[in-house]
Design a protein around this ligand. Structure first.
Ligand code: NAD
Length: 493
């Protein structure tokens, strides 16, 4: 691939922890043919110091590498004021020189790894100060959050679209870089045993959990303006719902896949007003014990209001009112300071029409298909089979594929895949504006209700799986959350 990559926010956390190591991995795999990187950030720094910081970040993430000097020699640094046109003029001059030296064919990727309030102004400056005027391709990679609600997302989109066409905008949802999220499509559309069952005749409910053990850490200031609904549900959780629910695309092209995902968003049952609290539950962590250590309540974290109404947990029942999914709840939950770090999808199949084994030891277990997204990666299928030696007793057996060993060692990190996709011009695993807009419209109805009423927080202890109301959400439909740790690949042998 031939590109000049400009990283805005090159001294930040994301650049150091994710972007530099991911670029190195692409380099190591021979996927960067001709490349150069300009790191852009506020503070002044020499090229040498910047290259050292790039090497340090690769060392910390991947250990010592022989060709690090060669890799880092393609990195340049530019001290920059995002609001000042003369900074952009200097940047453009440097970009032209580097483009010429490395023969980068005028291809430019602008990666905005900065606070979201800068996204719009930077995009406008890139256009007005001539940086987007190139003979090769120009692409904008933009981090989350994309707006704060539908209104602000529209405004941001308007600013961005003055400089870049929709095809040139790569909105990152890093869940779409995860190996097993990308695998959802293959599991569904490449297996004759699943696709015929993938509908309301055979599936009783689908559960998606993304739980973290960490609290808000030092992100209190940002999180206070966001909360779990905006930080996790609007983007990552809804993307997983769309991938699970979409119709088979007629071809595996970006446009076809995206249009099927958009059709799912268009089929979402919008819940408004009083209904919101029937379908969605919010929570905020109180103090509690995590790994034998006591941890503070959210309201006692740094930069958090003592009376904060911000949710650190959300659970919901999402209904997709179309022919395939009518009547099948998609239960989603995500939260901080929960008992386990786990992202899993559980597809629960309906019971068979007549249970011949009912009279034996116990009732049959429902068939489950578990997709393990993180930290472990794999698939488990829960079946019933005859108990060895017994008469005709059935017992649960679990067929597991754990993506470990050779396969996992070669599994590229999410950001590596997304950067590579962007260089290749493949936007399939980035979110289209229509997906963003529909998803905000859905979430705005919930936040409107929650922001207007004070919640009784805290309502779950750190180290638990969330508030009691989240359990009741399923109980009233006759279901329960499958305990995520019991479903771990290691427990499924
Ligand atoms: P950060 O605060 O660590 O870094 C911000 C960067 O922006 C720094 O390089 C800083 O120098 C630069 N900057 C700030 N103000 C500037 C100005 N006026 N002019 C020029 N440069 C300026 O932030 P981060 O954690 O790296 O996050 C960046 C973006 O990525 C955010 O949108 C965040 O939501 C998103 N994100 C981060 C992570 C993560 O793991 N850190 C994960 C997902 C998304």
């Amino acid at each position: 691939m031939t590109s000049l990559i400009m990283i805005f926010g090159a001294t930040g956390d994301l650049a150091h922890r994710k972007l530099f190591p991911s670029l190195y991995r692409l380099f190591e795999r021979g996927r960067l043919n001709k490349y150069a990187v300009i790191g852009v950030a506020r503070r002044s720094m020499s090229n040498d110091d910047f290259q050292q910081s790039v090497k340090d970040s690769v060392l910390a993430a991947l250990g010592n590498k022989d060709n690090l000097d060669e890799f880092a020699s393609h990195f340049y640094y530019q001290s920059h004021d995002v609001a000042d046109s003369s900074s952009y003029a200097e940047l453009n001059k440097l970009a032209h020189e580097i483009d010429e030296n490395y023969q980068l064919e005028g291809n430019r990727i602008f990666y905005l790894a900065m606070a979201p309030e800068f996204f719009g102004p930077i995009a406008l400056h890139l256009k007005s100060d001539g940086l987007t005027n190139v003979k090769g391709y120009k692409r904008l990679v933009i981090e989350k959050p994309f707006g704060h609600d539908l209104e602000s997302a529209k405004e941001l989109n308007k600013q961005i679209r003055t400089a870049f066409s929709e095809e040139e905008v790569y909105r990152i949802d890093h869940y779409l870089g995860k190996e097993m999220v990308r695998n959802i499509e293959v599991i569904r559309f490449a297996n004759a045993i699943f696709e015929p069952l993938w509908n309301n005749r055979y599936i009783s409910n689908i559960q998606i959990t993304s739980s973290e053990t960490l609290g808000v850490e030092e992100r209190g200031r940002y999180y206070e303006t966001s909360g779990a609904l905006r930080d996790m549900l609007q983007n990552h959780m809804m993307q997983m719902v769309a991938l699970l629910a979409m119709e088979p695309p007629i071809k595996l092209t970006t446009d076809e896949i995206r249009s099927e995902k958009v059709r799912v968003f268009r089929s979402l049952r919008t819940v408004v007003g009083d209904e919101v609290n029937d379908y969605f539950v919010r929570g905020q962590y109180g103090e509690g014990m995590m790994a034998d250590k006591s941890v503070p309540a959210y309201r006692d974290e740094q930069m958090v209001d003592k009376e904060s109404n911000t949710e650190t947990f959300v659970a919901g029942k999402v209904m997709i009112d179309n022919f395939r999914w009518a009547g099948v709840p998609f239960y989603i939950r995500t939260g901080k300071r929960m008992a386990a770090k786990s992202t899993k999808i559980v597809v629960q199949f309906k019971d068979i029409p007549m249970n011949l084994y009912y009279q034996t030891e116990k009732m049959l277990n429902p068939n489950l298909l578990v997709i393990h997204i993180q930290p472990e990666e794999g698939i488990t299928l829960h079946l019933n089979a005859k108990k060895a030696g017994g008469h005709l007793d059935a017992q649960e057996v679990k067929l597991s594929f754990a993506n470990t060993g050779i396969n996992a060692m070669n599994t590229p990190e999410g950001y590596e895949k997304l950067l590579y996709d962007c260089m290749r011009g493949d936007a399939t695993n980035f979110t289209h504006w229509d997906e963003v807009a529909y998803s905000w419209a859905f979430v705005d109805k919930i936040s409107e209700v929650w922001e207007g009423t004070k919640a009784e927080f805290p309502n779950y202890a750190s180290g638990s799986m969330g508030p009691q109301a989240a359990e009741e959400l399923l109980e009233k439909d006759g279901f329960f959350w499958w305990p995520v740790t019991d479903l771990d690949v290691d427990n499924c042998k």
